[in-house]
Design a protein around this ligand. Structure first.
Ligand code: SAM
Length: 325
């Protein structure tokens, strides 16, 4: 349906969404949409600079399940879910009957229910399959296909902007080290859009590495990659990277391994969790730790990826190595 909207490049879309939400102008009854270059933010009315775009209405659980759920004996219509490719995941328990109804209305193959938190260092999800045969789910994002088994490896839909940002950076000729590559969350975007000279990838979860290899094939990545399975502090080769990706909330515990593989000019993209009140100061703590290890680094970008619970933020800070003492 044609609606007023404002269009932003993907890099600035996050801030724009926050701004229009805060101004009460965001039309939450439509999905925010994106194409190759832009994010389209639906607005409740026309404003200066707005354009029109064909939006899909947002289907809440109640709409999806039908206006008279009682008649069908469907009770859990208020349950919230996320959709990942051909699967949906409910946050709380629902009956098989309701799962079946959602699957047929939303035309998905699998319905899962979260039974707990993401577990352990391998970040394994706790999901119970309640409808369908399970197995592989394909998520398409910024022209990259991510294949995975949602019961074996995690996929955070909230990290979409951080993943797609990778396609706007020119990594041509660079040596890249992805210390927690998973199924290729960040690296697939790089390999699809740039020609790095070398890509070294590592993950401790063999299931992630299995799907990484599959995703490299499915996305027809021709560049040569070096893949390591194990603890990145132990299994990575000696090397000097131009760009180091640390997509793990515990990245601070891996700084020695990263710095040892850096040189002057290396950029290090660190992800970490920090209390909300420290979201603009944790980078200084990291700079201090690096200095004690003999590396002078400076912060070149500090971005909030998403809120995690009421008191924590998932941050992504990019540092530049300026001097080695
Ligand atoms: C949080 S996930 C990455 C999520 C991802 N950034 C996204 O966009 O959804 C972190 C990854 O680090 C891996 N990992 C954890 N500890 C590790 C270690 N010591 N060495 C290598 N990989 C590790 C996990 O197996 C997991 O695949």
């Amino acid at each position: 349906m044609e609606r007023s909207c404002i269009r932003f490049s993907k890099i600035s879309a996050d801030d724009a969404i926050k701004k229009y939400r805060a101004l009460g102008l965001l039309d939450t009854t439509y999905h925010i949409e994106q194409d190759e270059n832009y994010v389209y933010i639906p607005l409740i009315r026309h404003i200066d600079g707005s354009i029109t775009h064909d939006f899909k209405p947002r289907e809440d659980a109640f709409t999806v399940i039908g206006k008279k759920p009682g008649r069908k004996g469907l009770k859990n219509t208020g349950a919230s879910y996320i959709r990942l490719g051909n699967s949906i995941i409910f946050k709380s328990s629902i009956s098989q009957k309701v799962a079946h109804e959602y699957a047929s209305r939303l035309k998905v193959d699998n319905v899962y229910v979260e039974t707990g938190k993401i577990q352990g260092i391998k970040r394994e999800p706790s999901l119970k399959l309640i409808y369908g045969n399970g197995g592989e789910t394909v998520v398409r994002e910024s022209e990259v296909s991510y294949i995975m088994d949602l019961q074996k490896v995690m996929f955070s839909p909230g990290n979409i902007n951080t993943r797609s940002k990778m396609k706007f950076i020119d990594f041509t000729g660079m040596i890249i080290l992805d210390m927690f590559c998973g199924i290729g969350y960040f690296s697939l975007q790089i390999l699809k859009n740039s020609r790095p000279a070398r890509m070294v990838m590592c993950d401790i979860n063999p299931d992630s590495i299995h799907y990484l290899k599959k995703n490299l094939q499915v996305n027809r990545i021709k560049s040569k990659v070096d893949i390591y399975t194990g603890d990145s502090r132990a299994v990575l080769p000696a090397m000097q990277a131009d760009y180091i990706i640390m997509g793990n909330f515990n990245s601070i515990n891996f700084m020695v391994a990263a710095l040892l593989r850096s040189r002057i000019g290396t950029q290090i993209s660190m992800h970490y969790l920090t209390p909300t009140e420290s979201m603009n100061s944790t980078q200084d703590v990291i700079i201090d730790i690096a200095r004690k290890l003999g590396y002078v680094i400076e912060c070149i970008e500090n971005t909030k990826v998403k809120s995690v619970g009421p008191h924590y933020q998932h941050m992504n800070t990019i540092f530049n190595v300026t001097r080695i003492l």
